[in-house]
Design a protein around this ligand. Structure first.
Ligand SMILES: Nc1ncnc2c1ncn2[C@@H]1O[C@H](COP(=O)(O)OP(=O)(O)OP(=O)(O)O)[C@@H](O)[C@H]1O
Ligand SMILES: [Mg+2]
Length: 325
């Protein structure tokens, strides 16, 4: 995009922070990057999109960033700097994107940071944790692969949630975060439930019983989405196929919404409430749009190095059991 400024306007005006930063920021670029003058003395200002490259990072750097940002989770870098998810502000996360867009890679760094915070992490994943081999030994329960397997866990999490609410009521706090900020309920970990491919909760089944189980699981998930923040329980739902049916408005309203490349504008609208994700190139995995209040921020996600083959054998074990969280 290019703007023309009349020669009478001094540079000090259009370069001033009140003009340049809010204006260019609205377009997701840090400032006017190409300035030229034509034969009539008019000044042409171009906002060249900032070329987002893959940000180099290490786990140590991300942990440090998280600590200096009051526990908010660093996700990647936009033209304006690092982008964070603060789960105490917005409890849940929806992550959409076609296959290969970079969802699991981003999830892996998010979960590694949750693990560092001491959270109890539960994973429902059709691929049974293949993308998270180094995390599997640290999960609170074995990986589950479908709604039928997940329903028992969801019921346990719901009971845990209700028990937490009761403890909060008794100790006079209105939320888990408030209690922990005041040094109470410190023995209770944050709980993170990840569903990598949420569309499995929208599949049609051959039997009535299987359908009932799936709907029951979905209902608990929706209830957890509504109340989870108060109880220190966070949902992370990823999907290749975002539809209004699976991302019910209750879940959407409670979640930070991030999308990688999507097939079409309708899918982008469903996740972000705006078009744009359909224009992300398939050659830039890890490129995401994040709905941040009224704004949409583009960022390149951090990617931690993949785990080596030494993690393979650990996939059969994990810290916890599928019993009460
Ligand atoms: N942030 C990133 N920076 C650089 N490359 C990335 C990034 N994220 C993903 N990639 C590349 O894209 C590939 C696919 O990523 P990933 O498996 O995370 O996609 P996905 O969205 O989970 O796909 P699927 O829906 O099929 O599970 C990775 O193996 C990696 O090569
Ligand atoms: Mg994946």
């Amino acid at each position: 995009m290019e703007l023309t400024v009349s020669p009478e306007v001094p540079e000090v005006r259009w370069r001033s922070p009140e003009i340049e930063h809010p204006f260019c920021g609205a377009f997701g670029v840090p400032g006017f990057q190409k300035v030229s003058r034509d034969a009539k003395g008019r000044i042409h200002l171009a906002m060249v999109p900032f070329a987002l490259s893959n940000p180099d990072t290490t786990l140590e750097t991300l942990i440090q960033q998280m600590q200096t940002h009051s526990g908010a989770i660093p996700l990647g870098e936009s033209a304006m700097g690092p982008v964070f998810w603060d789960p105490r502000q917005v409890a849940h996360l929806i992550l959409a994107g076609t296959t290969g867009s970079g969802k699991s890679t981003l999830l892996r760094s998010i979960l590694t940071l949750w693990k560092h915070r001491g959270a109890s992490i539960y994973l429902v994943d059709v691929k049974r944790g293949l993308d998270y081999l180094d995390l599997l030994p640290h999960l609170a329960a074995p990986v589950l692969a479908n709604p039928a397997e997940a329903v028992t866990l969801l019921e346990q999490l719901w009971q845990e949630f209700e028990s937490r609410l009761e403890q909060l009521r008794q100790s006079g706090f209105s939320s888990f975060a408030q209690a922990q900020n005041q040094g109470q309920l410190r023995h209770l970990p944050e709980i993170v439930l990840v569903v990598d491919e949420f569309a499995i909760f929208a599949r049609s089944e051959s039997t009535k019983a299987a359908k009932e189980t799936r709907l029951q699981a979905l209902q608990i998930l929706e209830n957890l989405a509504l109340g989870g923040r108060a109880g220190g329980l966070h949902l992370i739902l990823s999907t290749q196929y975002p539809t209004a049916e699976i991302l019910g408005s209750q879940i959407r309203q409670q979640a930070l919404r991030i999308s990688g490349r999507l097939e079409d504008k309708v899918a982008s609208q469903t996740v972000l409430g705006t078009e744009g994700a359909e224009s992300i190139s398939s050659t830039t995995p890890g490129r995401f749009l994040m709905k941040d209040g009224p704004d949409v921020v583009e960022f390149q996600a951090y990617a931690l190095p993949s785990p080596g083959p030494e993690h393979g054998f650990q996939s059969i074990s994990c810290k916890g059991t599928a019993t009460r969280p």
